[in-house]
Each structure stands twice: as C-alpha cells, then as structure tokens.
Write a protein that binds this ligand. Structure first.
Ligand SMILES: *[C@@H]1O[C@H](CO)[C@@H](O)[C@H](O)[C@H]1NC(C)=O
Ligand SMILES: *[C@@H]1O[C@H](CO)[C@@H](O)[C@H](O)[C@H]1NC(C)=O
Ligand SMILES: *[C@@H]1O[C@H](CO)[C@@H](O)[C@H](O)[C@H]1NC(C)=O
Ligand SMILES: *[C@@H]1O[C@H](CO)[C@@H](O)[C@H](O)[C@H]1NC(C)=O
Ligand SMILES: *[C@@H]1O[C@H](CO)[C@@H](O)[C@H](O)[C@H]1NC(C)=O
Length: 237
C-alpha cells in the first residue's frame, strides 16, 4: 500500500535533480514578507504515533528539493487576440522565426512563482545555462515607464539576483536583468516585471517588432510604432 503513494511522490519530484540552483531560502522569503520555512523535520512522525503513509514518505531521506517545479519547452509568442506569431529561436538576437525553436526551462516552486529565470537549455547557439532577460544594450535607456516610449531588448543576459536593479556589464555599455519572470502555473504564461534603476516597478509589457522579428520590453504600448504589437509569452512543449 505504501508503494503507490511513494511512486506518486517520486513522480512529482522526478524533474528535480537539476533544480538545485533554485531553492526557497528563508532570506528570500523574509525579503518578500513571507513566513520562514518550516523546520527541516516538519512532517516526521511524532514519538508514539504510527506514521501515516504520507508522513513516512516525507520522512524519506532522499534529497529534499522543497517542491521545485520545472517547466520546460519552447517560448510561444502570441498576439493579444490569441494568434501565434512564432517561437523564440535558438539564434543570436532571439528572433521569433527563421531558425530552430529554442528549448528553455523555468524553475518555480509552490511559494515562488515570480522573480524567476528563463534558462536556455543546452545545446544551444548560446553558452550553456544562458538566461533570457532585459538589456539596455544599443540604447541609453535603462528606465521604462508608462510615460516614456523607451524600450529594452529581450536578449541573452548574465544571471542577476531576484529583485535586482539593472546590473552594468563589465563592458559598461549595457545594463541587464534576468530574474524578471513570473509564471502562471495554469496557463504557462510568462510575464515580466522589470526593476528600474530607482527601484520602481514599471508595468512591463512585451512587444513584437514586425520589422526585425524580435521582442522588446516597454512601459507604454501605445507610444510604440505601428510596426510593433503587444504580445504574450507562453511555455509550450
Ligand atoms: C489577430 O490579429 C492579427 C493581426 O491584426 C490578424 O492577422 C489575425 O488574423 C488575428 N487573429 C484572430 C484570431 O482574430
Ligand atoms: C559593448 O562593448 C563591447 C566591448 O567594448 C563591444 O564589443 C560591443 O560591440 C559593445 N556593444 C554595443 C551595443 O555597443
Ligand atoms: C503612453 O504614450 C502615449 C503616446 O505617446 C501617450 O499619449 C500616453 O499619454 C502615454 N501614457 C501615459 C500613462 O503617459
Ligand atoms: C492564470 O491565468 C488564468 C487565465 O488567464 C487566470 O484566471 C488566473 O487568475 C491566473 N493565475 C494567476 C496566479 O495569475
Ligand atoms: C524595429 O526594428 C527596426 C530594425 O531593427 C528598427 O529600426 C525599429 O526601430 C524597431 N522598432 C521598434 C518599435 O523598436
């Protein structure tokens, strides 16, 4: 009778071997105003009590990855009316067509569904474990907001900490953020939340440029040219 339950748990945890970089820490939770994690022996049987199968399964000493969920697949780009524009490509500049679809992974957990990274899954045209995020490259703008038309590139960036302000690259000509993503675990939609240099959190829209086939971030969709359109990003297999 224990075996099926254990199998179910094992199945749930199956994807977790590679998930070690993303774990809920109490520091992270405190920063977000969440209560600390329960103590490590939470769920173990108490003395004198017969453990239920679930408690026994939890007490199993296998590596405890604290409920991390891995979402893997391609990044589908959809217009607001639901039409598919294309898929983010495994190609420099991350165009949405004319290449092969980039395979990505996102690690989330029960408590953490925002400030996530999108990781390019090897092998790709990019260095192993590259991250997809926002960059000010080719532009002096590092701030986006509702009352400006400034924009940021959607591109490969180095990993930056959760809730970080833009980090200036060693070359000095770009500021980047990677941990800007939130996932809706039902629809698998990825939404972005950029952090401005002053710490403000602009409503962050993703746009598609019909001319160069690429995505970019803005704070005001109506201030953009007619050769671009607001889009949504979804993880699909
Ligand atoms: C969505 O909008 C695009 C561009 O305006 C159009 O080509 C497409 O047919 C529309 N799709 C639907 C389902 O209305
Ligand atoms: C940024 O600086 C590097 C090194 O100086 C240079 O190779 C690269 O072309 C620059 N990028 C931009 C967008 O100016
Ligand atoms: C967004 O941009 C449009 C066009 O430039 C402008 O009319 C509008 O006022 C802007 N929105 C805000 C909230 O400033
Ligand atoms: C996920 O998306 C669905 C459909 O748009 C929405 O009803 C739901 O509230 C979203 N969940 C979260 C946590 O945003
Ligand atoms: C779209 O891409 C073209 C070609 O790179 C560029 O000239 C134009 O400014 C872009 N448009 C927007 C709204 O970013």
């Amino acid at each position: 009778m224990l075996f099926p339950l254990y199998s179910v748990l094992l199945f749930c945890l199956l994807n977790l071997a590679s998930a070690s970089p993303v774990k809920d820490s109490n520091a992270y939770r405190l920063a977000r105003g969440l209560p600390p994690l329960p103590p490590r022996d939470f769920g173990r049987n108490k003395p004198g009590q017969q453990p239920t199968p679930v408690l026994r399964a939890r007490a199993n000493p296998s590596p405890s990855p604290s409920g991390v969920a891995q979402y893997s697949g391609r990044l589908q780009v959809r217009l607001e009316n639901g039409s598919t524009v294309g898929y983010v490509q495994d190609k420099l500049g991350l165009p949405v067509s004319h290449g092969s679809d980039l395979q990505i992974s996102v690690f989330a957990s029960l408590t953490r569904k925002e400030d996530l990274n999108i990781i390019a899954a090897a092998p790709t045209a990019f260095p192993s474990r590259s991250h997809l995020g926002a960059s000010s490259e080719n532009s002096k703008d590092t701030t986006i907001s509702a009352d400006t038309s400034s924009s940021l590139l959607f591109t490969i960036v180095p990993k930056t900490p959760a809730m970080s302000r833009p980090i200036v690259l060693p070359t000095g000509n770009a500021s980047v953020e990677s941990a800007i993503w939130a996932i809706n675990s039902t629809t698998k939609e990825l939404t972005a939340q950029y952090v401005n240099p002053d710490g403000s959190l602009p409503k962050t829209f993703i746009m598609f440029n019909y001319t160069d086939d690429k995505l970019f971030f803005v704070g005001n969709t109506t201030s953009q040219s007619s050769s671009s359109a607001p889009v949504k990003l979804f993880i699909v297999t």
